[in-house]
Design a protein around this ligand. Structure first.
Ligand SMILES: Cc1cc2nc3c(=O)[nH]c(=O)nc-3n(C[C@H](O)[C@H](O)[C@H](O)COP(=O)(O)O)c2cc1C
Length: 376
């Protein structure tokens, strides 16, 4: 297969295998509703085979940056309809990434200054950058057993809203140390009730969210993002292979739209990493380190649907993993920030513009909708 050939899934036809990776860009208003420039931004990138929105909070109790996106109110829903229709008018296919950040919220942004919630009361390393410096993540409050159902219901409410807004599907972020991953990994889940204690119980939170979402929009409209090697905030799992084998098999049985795995690049000297990934520059260290294996083959083996890979790919390495069958598609994050016509540039082997990191979360059109296309 070639990167620029269509990909057909159960329910979708993607015009190529280039995917816009989810990117928080903090351009919403103060009620976390999308602003009109966001419709413009996504429409500019609609030539991707699939667009995945920025991580979008499913609950007021999941909050980070003030202007990061949410989808839990009618007002937000109205504004998302505009974004979706802009993308559809441009011929694009768009999924909404949904997340609850759990312990990675900050009390200052939560209703009544509440403590963030998590499976267990273990703080994440690091914090949220603010104009006044880094605001450290507090020690969260462990969710009571009878509260968990309510959080799962918040995900399902967001899925209903996404369907109402016209999204082609949703991507559940079981990744990047967010709440679903906090349940999944045993370093952050010390529970002994129905949602912790064994691998099956740790995965239950994800699987119940996926099952309920499937009833709402259909399993073939649900993608799941995984970051098996993510450790940036101190999250750990004692048996990555067992955890992700089980998760892949369970998700495969459900016939989901795709798995989206960010395992980018690891260390230069990791002999297990495919050569084409070792040769790239390493800005995002989220891949396997030490003697950890590259897990894409494991996902291929146990998950029968489409596999999207992410993390530090360029046109050449993406072409390679699609050609050799390691992946069905590849998503691009930073390159899509500065190259709205990334597909054309790949097709023409044209030069790529570098993203300006200072405007990643700065608000406004600058560094957002003003990156030129080749023909602009
Ligand atoms: C500005 C920025 C915002 C991001 N926001 C999200 C997000 O909302 N959800 C998510 O799962 N990953 C997020 N990521 C990670 C990207 O989706 C992607 O995995 C990462 O940039 C590596 O891919 P790349 O090498 O193609 O950039 C973000 C990355 C950047 C640079």
């Amino acid at each position: 297969m070639r990167l620029l050939t269509p990909l057909k899934t159960e329910s979708l036809t993607l015009r190529n295998r280039v995917v816009l990776a989810p990117l928080v860009r903090a351009r919403c208003d103060d009620e976390r509703a999308p602003t009109p420039i966001m419709g413009e931004y996504y429409a500019q990138r609609a030539s991707a085979g699939l667009l995945i929105t920025e991580g979008t909070h499913v609950s007021p109790y999941s909050a980070t940056r003030k202007t990061a996106a949410g989808h839990h109110t009618d007002r937000q829903n109205e504004a998302w309809k505009h974004v979706v229709s802009r993308v559809h008018e441009a011929g694009g296919v768009i999924f909404q990434q949904l997340y609850h950040v759990g312990r990675k919220a900050i009390s200052e942004s939560l209703p009544g200054g509440a403590l963030p919630v998590a499976p267990s009361a273990i703080a994440a390393n690091g914090g949220i950058p603010t104009p006044n410096g880094l605001l450290p993540f507090p020690t969260p409050r462990a969710l009571e057993s009878d509260e968990i159902r309510g959080v799962i219901a918040e995900f399902h409410k967001a899925v209903r809203y996404a369907a109402k807004a016209g999204f082609d599907g949703v991507e559940l972020a079981a990744s990047s140390g967010f709440l679903i991953e906090q349940f999944l990994k045993d370093g952050t889940n010390l529970r002994t009730d129905a949602y912790g204690g064994t691998l099956e119980k740790r995965a239950r939170f994800l699987l119940e969210i996926a099952d309920g979402a499937a009833e709402i929009i259909g399993p073939d409209r649900i993608g799941v993002r995984l970051t098996p090697h993510f450790r940036a905030d101190g999250i750990e799992d004692s048996d990555t292979i067992a955890t992700y084998t089980y998760v892949s098999k369970e998700l495969s049985r459900r016939g989901l739209a795709y798995l989206h795995v960010q395992e980018g690049t690891g260390r230069d000297d990791n002999p297990r990493l495919p050569l084409h990934l070792r040769q790239l520059d390493r800005k995002i260290m989220i891949g396997p380190s030490g003697d950890e294996p590259f897990l894409a083959p494991l996902f291929r083996q146990h998950f029968s649907g489409p596999l999207i890979l992410n993390g530090n790919y360029d046109a050449r390495s993406a072409e390679q993993v699609v050609a050799d069958g390691t992946a069905d598609a590849v998503s691009f994050g930073r390159m899509y920030i500065s190259n709205p016509d990334l597909v054309d540039r790949f097709r023409l082997n044209a030069q790529l513009a570098e993203p300006d990191t200072a405007t990643y979360y700065s608000g406004g059109a600058k560094g957002y909708t003003d990156y030129p296309t080749l023909t602009a």
